[in-house]
Ligand binder design. Sequence first.
Ligand code: SAM
Length: 163
Amino acid sequence: MGPPRVPFVPTPATIVHEMLSLADVGPDDTLYDLGCGDGRIPILAAIERWVRRAYCVEDNPVLAMIARSLAEASGVGDRVMVIEKSMFDVELTDATVVTLFLITSANEALRPKLEEELRKGARVVSNVFEVPGWIPRKVLPYYVEGHVSRIYLYVIGEHLRSS
Ligand SMILES: C[S@@+](CC[C@H](N)C(=O)[O-])C[C@H]1O[C@@H](n2cnc3c(N)ncnc32)[C@H](O)[C@@H]1O
């Protein structure tokens, strides 16, 4: 049995900006959003951060179709690629940034894959949920509807020790 199914809950645009800024995403990056929903993170990364490539990985066909049309409509269809597959079946070896808004158990299930496939220096940014066992380089708290939430930034190579 795999991790519990994560429903589609979009990250608010203001928090997407914070995630991209925390990871210092830029034109040299290849970004993967694992479980990309309507594609807003890859699309904003392409529009505002000029990433080389942004992959939107989504196994729900309706959401994948929406992400594809939003990327086209936003004029970044040439740099935002929608991969309609389970995130567990997509190779991440060329990723320099991975974004996550899943749940802790899904992050935990992904952890061995991230450790095996990501190169040293790759950044992993997770909204709300930690990657269990990893040490973040930065944690950015933010206020949302009556409570404090957090964005976690991890860097492969230093994710198992504090620096
Ligand atoms: C909480 S939403 C986050 C959407 C988007 N990343 C954002 O931050 O706005 C999680 C998404 O992960 C997708 N998802 C869940 N399990 C998945 C899997 N194994 N492979 C690909 N996508 C998955 C869901 O369909 C959903 O769209």
